[in-house]
Design a protein around this ligand. Sequence first.
Ligand SMILES: Cc1cc2nc3c(=O)[nH]c(=O)nc-3n(C[C@H](O)[C@H](O)[C@H](O)COP(=O)(O)OP(=O)(O)OC[C@H]3O[C@@H](n4cnc5c(N)ncnc54)[C@H](O)[C@@H]3O)c2cc1C
Length: 486
Amino acid sequence: MSTSVNDLLVLGGGVTGLAIARLAARSGWPVVLAERDDIGHGASTATSHMLHGGLRYLEHGRFSLVREALSERMTVSRLAPSLARPTRFLVPLRKGDRVGPLRLRAALALYDLLAGRAAPSPYVMADARQALALEPGLEREGLRGAGVYSDVVMDDARLNIAVARDAQAAGARILTRTELVAARPDASRGTIHVELRERGSGEVTSLETRLIVNATGAWSDRTRATVLGMLQPGAPDPPRMLKPSRGTHLVYPALTQGHGLVTLAADGRVLFVVPFAGRSLVGTTEVEVQSPPSDADRRPHADEIRYLASEVARLVPAAARVHPIAVYAGVRPLAAAEEGVGEASREHRIAIDGALLTIVGGKYTTFRRMAEDLVVRAAALLKREVIPHDDYSDPLPLSLPDSASDEAFAEHAIQHEWARSLDDLVRRRSTRWLANDRGLSAARAMTPVLARALGWDASREKDEIDRFENALRDELMMLDRALATR
Ligand SMILES: Cc1cc2nc3c(=O)[nH]c(=O)nc-3n(C[C@H](O)[C@H](O)[C@H](O)COP(=O)(O)OP(=O)(O)OC[C@H]3O[C@@H](n4cnc5c(N)ncnc54)[C@H](O)[C@@H]3O)c2cc1C
């Protein structure tokens, strides 16, 4: 039993919870973060990989959201320059498009203006010939030209780990595969006695905290009800804060010469082709799911796969002859609103229920701002100070590069980055899952390292590699089946 009292227990190791733990720890507060699974197990490794203001939010008049996100685009790029790459995006213009050249030009000019000094390089308008010189694979029919502007492509998984390592370096204690099993208020001390269970070993850790932060993404409604049930037995369930939505991406061999593409799909949704790690990420969809999402809600559906494959082929015809190499999906923890999920606000919301603070919504891009907003509210409750971010002089700690040997990479990620499974290593610590063999040979080389470090016997080692191979086989079969009927 730990005797010191923590200021915060943060539940959830997505980018939001990690950033909250980081800012609180950098302000000198004692902080523990408990993630039920692995770091980045939720939406924070299922993104379009964009640090962006979101061109389409201009249409909805959300200028302050766009301005804030564009400013964060630059700050986060400075924090982790090797994980965030400025990239030129083309928005092709065709006859009969809902958005014509004048409107596109105005939107791109406004986007650059809102970025202020943070704009990597300004937009230009290209005619059809110039657009095809930049990206010869674009559909030629009806092409009138393109707007060309800048945004930033990031490595979402490794950015999570970098934020986690920075939080730890500042003193935060980070526990993965750990869940809250009990929380009891102690009115005399003004604290909460908490029990956390490590899911693998079943080991229970007891600690005391002044506040609990619920940053559990698409699971936040359930977590809020559960924790309030522990703190105030018999209290009615709180109203829902979430309107979660699934988004799916296909991964193709590179479809462009290195530019990103943005277009409006036939149904008016935005479609991105994002160049990442030598591949093209094609997304995304918006399908409202229940709160909390079921396992099926978190998996890509065949109609989403067919939709993305057919839309990308309208943009880059060669895509029709190329099979995607991967598919992934995640659930956005969108704040509940009257609108459909496509129009739902990407702004965040915070609810305070006594000693429990819940945060939902927001975007990956604005993780520092969300953390600041929450920690400032916690500071008011704790009568503590927040030390403002000094993110201009302190870059985040870096992992080993992808070029490190599989064995060295695994050793490092197990020792310093909380990796405990092949999925953690291949999918959430590196880009090995995008290799031609989808990380299979890396997984085979890494399994003995995991086994040695974690004390696995031969049968546990075999189970791990079998699990990895079976999941990969299932994913590829799902892709094949969905596209067989396209
Ligand atoms: C398809 C898609 C594309 C996106 N693209 C972009 C983009 O390009 N740019 C951008 O800025 N944003 C993007 N977003 C939004 C962004 O991903 C999310 O806003 C952000 O990652 C949410 O982070 P989070 O930490 O709040 O939630 P999550 O990342 O979901 O983290 C929540 C964590 O809580 C854990 N957890 C759940 N229950 C418990 C519990 N009881 N105890 C402890 N832990 C628990 C989960 O395992 C999970 O790790 C996208 C989202 C999706 C789904």
